[in-house]
Design a protein around this ligand. Sequence first.
Ligand SMILES: [Zn+2]
Length: 274
Amino acid sequence: MIIDFHVHTAYYETMTPAYEDLIRRAWGDRTEWMIQTYSSPEGFLDLMDEAGIDYAVILAELAPITTGIADNAYVAEFCSKSPRLIPFASINPYTSTRPAEELERLVRDQGFRGLKLYPTYQHYHPNDAHIYPLYAKAQELGIPVSLHIGSSIFAGARIKYGDPINMDDVAVDFPELVLLMCHSGRPFWYEKAFALARLHDNLYMEVAGLPPQRLLEYFPGLERLAHKVIYGSDWPGIPTIKENIEAIKRLDMDEDAKGKILGENAARLLNISK
Ligand SMILES: [Zn+2]
């Protein structure tokens, strides 16, 4: 079972110049082709088949300052085409007037299975009390919350909001809420992210965007913590998911541990049984 827990849409309603640059650097003269091909769920399902992925978490993104907008309606529609596409909503807690109610509607009426928050892109600390009603609602609904935890190269991002230590409060205050640290504290907080994931049962590391061949260098104890680590690609920021997965399979680690990271843990969190 292979689950990619971190996929952005090819189509964005609007992209910042910084985000567009990154996509063009990754895809070169295939950029237009990529956007057109993979803006349809059918195209993306073909890519999943080629890469050997069973399920993919598709992330909405409401980050006009930093990357751009791929809204919840688009992601809901995209994912409605196949049960292999798992929609995660995005809510900006500082522009939504009733974030908790909005989350409940998105989950109950539109089939969202999780929430993605972008503290570094939307400028708040994850342990800000203002966000707490949103966590309380996610905990009540029994859905996981993924947060961007770590640096970002995009102009407009504020890296201080990506410090993993802020997740300590959230993990303690919402013990039944599953929390994922996307990017696991990249690049100067790896140790902190690892220690916190080890400490809190409900706090997971997610490794999207990290070069897989270097994971054991960043996290020497990775194998020991494999039950708390989740694979994600961060596609289309990286052009081939398949190579990414192959690199993880080549890591000098127990096969059991790789199986957990590549899909078993995610399947448990998303209530997927094959
Ligand atoms: Zn991402």
